[in-house]
Design a binder for this molecule. Structure first.
Ligand code: 4HQ
Length: 267
């Protein structure tokens, strides 16, 4: 997959795209990511990319011409590239949307700064608008990085041969079960006995139950949307007898883990 990122701050992308899993995906050629500085597409001496809004008001608006030329330069190489603008006005980003975008061969991501872009950029060039959440960033760059990261995980080979994004718990609309590694006891908090038992079917059952418990406690909205199997419905009933879902779950790792362990080990 090829991704062209149009931005005024290309340096922001250097380390996130070079480190770890994304870095390896780029090295392997699974991902081809290019940053393009919109300022390089100005024609005036001072390389102006923004101007005051017509009608007045505070802040500046990104000018249409440099963005138009930048997008056209990419489209000249591949007219079928899909152009996405990151904005709080866009459709909410979601795992399903990440999966769909991962099937595209070429994305153009436009990162806005200031008060945003001239509306005519939208009308003429933007295929899709996406928001990564209901909060205001200083620019679209971090949003673009979030999108690149989540989309890349769906590209075959990016996560390594034996792991697929489809296996993640979120794929089944559930939160992940709790994970533990050594030591077996820390500050009086022990790893649940079942995980030390070597009983693989018991471990699998525990994990499915804990995934349902965590989802029920923290994200009942996800559980409402999930299509549970009969077994999962049974696990939910068991869990609800012990834990009543809270409106705002307080997550305090460690502090009262003795109490929590007792609950968890009750089955
Ligand atoms: N911005 N999801 C304003 C965002 C944002 C978001 C990007 C800030 C666009 C002009 N982008 N600029 N939330 O807050 O995607």
């Amino acid at each position: 997959m090829r991704i062209d990122i149009l931005t005024l701050f290309p340096n922001m992308f250097s380390s996130p795209l070079r480190e770890s899993i994304l870095g390896r995906a780029v090295e392997k050629g699974l991902l081809q990511i290019q940053t393009i500085n919109i300022r390089d597409f100005t024609l005036d001496k001072h390389q102006v990319v923004d101007d005051a809004p017509y009608g007045g008001g505070q802040g500046m608006v990104m000018k249409v011409e440099p963005i138009a030329r930048a997008i056209e330069s990419v489209k000249a190489q591949n007219p079928s590239a899909r152009t996405i603008y990151l904005t709080p006005q866009g459709k909410p980003f979601h795992q399903d949307l990440a999966r769909r975008l991962s099937t595209q061969s070429h994305l153009i991501l436009l990162c806005g700064r200031y008060e945003g872009i001239d509306e005519r950029v939208r009308e003429l060039f933007i295929d899709e608008e996406i928001s990564i959440g209901d909060y205001v960033l200083t620019g679209g760059e971090l949003a673009a990085m979030v999108l690149v990261d989540a989309v890349s995980r769906f590209i075959p080979g990016v996560l390594g041969s034996d792991r697929s994004a489809e296996e993640d718990s979120f794929f089944n609309s559930l939160l992940e079960y709790p994970q533990y590694t050594r030591p077996v006891e820390f500050k009086g908090c022990r790893v649940p006995e079942v995980l030390l038992s070597g009983n693989h079917s018991a471990i699998s059952l525990w994990r499915r139950r804990e995934a349902i418990r965590q989802t029920s406690l923290r994200r009942p909205d996800l559980l409402a949307k999930a299509s549970l199997t009969d077994e999962e419905k049974g696990l939910l009933e068991e869990v609800l007898e012990v834990n009543q879902p809270m409106i705002a779950p307080a997550y305090r790792p460690g502090r009262d883990c003795g109490m929590r362990m007792k609950d968890k080990n009750e089955f």
